[in-house]
Design a binder for this molecule. Structure first.
Ligand SMILES: [Zn+2]
Length: 79
């Protein structure tokens, strides 16, 4: 973990856990967990057996699915 902020664009939260070779904040990590669970137990086990570099592919796939309206309210600035 060498990142100082979450690797998700526009998220400035502190890194909480790794997603591949990068780091994400707690909210995004939980979002990533949910996304993997939704893809079924096979994906969950497959991911667990992967190396960090292989996980990058999965994380990249997930990042593409993140929409700005799904960003947790706490990380958004008030208008
Ligand atoms: Zn984040």
């Amino acid at each position: 973990m060498h990142d100082s902020i979450c690797c998700i664009p526009d998220c400035k939260a502190k890194p909480y856990a790794p997603a591949g070779t990068r780091s994400v904040c707690k909210d995004h990590f939980l979002n990533f967990l949910t996304w993997r669970r939704r893809r079924g137990p096979q994906m969950f086990h497959k991911y667990a057996a992967m190396t960090m570099t292989e996980r990058d592919t999965i994380a990249a796939e997930w990042i593409k699915t993140i929409r700005m309206d799904e960003v947790p309210a706490a990380t958004k600035s008030h208008p």
